[in-house]
Design a protein around this ligand. Structure first.
Ligand code: PEP
Ligand code: MG
Length: 571
């Protein structure tokens, strides 16, 4: 038995066999072959195996994920049957007398670079298809297995170096009991999604993929951040008990599902949920969410190979607004970039993606894409209580430009005779220090603020939220962060506006007492954190927390703040 320590990213206990989601080694060397006919046969056999495998994946994707996802694999099958690709590879084996691996790789690379240079979006996407298919055939030539999470059909714990948000979206909740990764932090998007999917997770273990083999029995303790590999039966028993205790605690919190969130001295705050898809609404309702404080619309754009249409988006937004039945729903416009990539946009790789061409910066440049989203939102606005917010606002000009686009599209719809609510609040995420610092100026023009601490902390501390090596600098309770948060809340209140928080800090037990004291109006968090937060706030006195907040703002270190919060809340 061995153990690893990582970052507790999604609470709960999972015990199951390991499934390594690790790319196999596809390296090879170039060789001369005498019997070229035999080599061509070997190549054809690899193609046949790849086709069979793709057909199975396509059918399974069709059943479980819908025609949309299945179409991706259908496109791969077409590539494999295309003589324009296959014939030159066979010719290369014959004429150069080389093994199939370099013949395949060289020919595929040539096509990939031709397609990538084309202006046409559709052709650019074909480059990605060829890359995927080449990998699959190469794996068969080399006799190594490619991993395929959509084919998992027994209970497992996923072990990976990292999981992209789109990998995470494709995990089957029925079989994936937990996951653990080498890299990542509490606010990486795979961790955030794990929480909304209620999958226990430990990230940033540094060595999970080195230490854990396929089939090892693994315990993922998403409460403490521990991962145990091939544990003794004694430890398994202890963890079964810990799991049962956790479930019992959840049952206790569940009694608060229909209650308002009111502090012991009668101050009401709103506890809302962060969602990624309309499917997450079940969790919001089950956990007593008083609204949606952040709908991350980018997940609508992921795991597919083209932009969603206005109609698709309209349906999704309408479903969420209707599902919340008049409760507030804050929809964030597209926030792509950082760790959330959209391969089909073919954006150039950047040295610093978190500081780069992303979110509102991209939307203001690619206005067609932005306007489609805005139209879909405006059309859906009559279905409920819609609020729109723009991500990554760094300057007032950016807000004004984005707002102007919104106003223009609204006017166009009205001219077309399409109904649009005239009660839509328009706000911004405060996640860049420049905006927090002049929040007083912004407050005159926006309807509300939602503080995005996941990014605000990384930009204030200059510590990449994804990088476990600098996670020690990722300090939500650092007085510098608390002072910025105070500036934003005070600025909003001075102009009669409200301030919420949708970063993970809003659901953090140590932060909540201070945020309550600072006067935060809305706390938006993973749905699964809501009941625990409600139970905490009900025990706190707002007046006492105001005193606590004033004290901690004057402190020097995170450790001092934590100690003060513990002292103030342990009574
Ligand atoms: C944030 O930055 O706090 C936030 C909520 O946005 P995201 O985590 O999607 O970057
Ligand atoms: Mg953010």
């Amino acid at each position: 038995m061995s153990s690893l320590m990582g970052i507790a990213a999604s609470s709960g206990i999972a015990i199951a066999k390991a499934y390594r989601l690790v790319e196999p080694d596809l390296s090879f060397s170039k060789k001369t072959v005498e019997n070229v006919e035999q080599e061509v046969e070997r190549f054809r056999a690899a193609i046949a195996k790849a086709k069979l495998e793709l057909e199975q994946i396509r059918d399974k994707a069709h059943q479980e994920l819908g025609a949309d996802k299945a179409a991706i694999f259908e496109a791969h099958l077409l590539v494999l049957s295309d003589p324009e690709l296959v014939n030159p590879i066979e010719d290369s084996i014959k004429s150069e007398k080389i093994n199939a691996e370099p013949a395949l790789k060289n020919t595929a690379d040539m096509f990939i670079s031709i397609f990538e240079q084309m202006d046409n979006e559709y052709m650019k996407e074909r480059a990605a298809d060829i890359r995927d298919v080449t990998k699959r055939v190469l794996a068969h030539l080399l006799g190594v297995a490619l991993v395929n999470p959509s084919m998992i059909s027994e209970e497992v714990i996923i072990v990976a170096e990292d999981l992209t948000p789109s990998d995470t979206a494709q995990l089957n909740r029925q079989f994936v009991k937990g996951f653990t990764t080498d890299i990542g932090g509490r606010t990486s998007h795979s961790a955030i999604m794990a929480r909304s999917m209620e999958i226990p997770a430990v990230v940033g273990t540094k060595t999970a993929t080195e230490t854990i083999n396929n089939g090892d029995l693994v315990i993922v303790d998403g409460l403490s951040g521990e991962v145990h590999i091939n544990p003794s039966s004694e430890l398994v028993k202890q963890y079964e008990q810990k799991h049962a205790d956790f479930e019992a605690q959840k049952a206790e919190w569940a009694k608060l599902v229909n209650e308002k969130t009111t502090s012991a001295d009668g101050h009401h705050v709103e506890l809302a949920a962060n969602i990624g898809t309309p499917g997450d609404l079940v969790g919001v309702v089950n956990n007593g969410g008083e609204g949606v404080g952040l709908y991350r619309t980018e997940f609508l754009y992921m795991g597919r190979d083209q932009l969603p249409t206005e109609e698709e988006q309209y349906e999704a937004y309408k479903a969420v607004l209707e599902g919340m039945a008049g409760k507030p729903v804050v929809v964030r416009t597209l926030d792509i970039g950082g760790d959330k990539e959209l391969p089909y946009l073919n954006l150039p790789k950047e040295m610093n993606p978190f500081l780069g061409f992303r979110a509102i910066r991209l939307c203001l440049e690619e206005q067609g894409m932005f306007r489609t989203q805005v139209r879909a939102l405006l059309r859906a606005s009559t279905a409920g209580n819609l609020k729109i917010m723009f991500p990554m606002i760094a300057t007032l000009d950016e807000f004004r430009q984005a707002k102007a686009v919104l106003d223009e599209e609204k006017q166009k719809l009205v001219n077309e005779g399409i109904a649009v609510s005239d009660n839509i609040e328009v706000g911004i995420m405060v996640e860049i220090p420049s905006t927090a610092i002049i929040a007083d100026q912004f407050a005159k023009e926006v309807d509300f603020f939602s503080i995005g601490t996941n990014d605000l902390i990384q930009y204030t501390m200059a510590a990449d939220r994804m990088n476990e090596r600098v996670s020690y600098l990722y300090q939500p309770y650092n007085p510098s962060i608390l002072r910025l948060v105070k500036m934003v809340i005070d600025a909003a209140h001075k102009e009669g506006k409200w301030a919420g928080m949708c970063g993970e800090m809003a659901g953090d037990e140590t932060a909540i007492p201070v945020l309550l004291g600072l006067g935060l109006d809305e706390f938006s968090m993973s749905a699964t954190s809501i009941l625990k937060a409600r139970s905490l706030i009900k025990r706190l006195n707002k007046a006492d927390m105001e005193k606590l907040a004033n004290e901690v703002l004057q402190m020097r270190t995170t450790a001092e703040v934590i100690e003060a919060v513990e002292k103030a809340t342990s009574k």
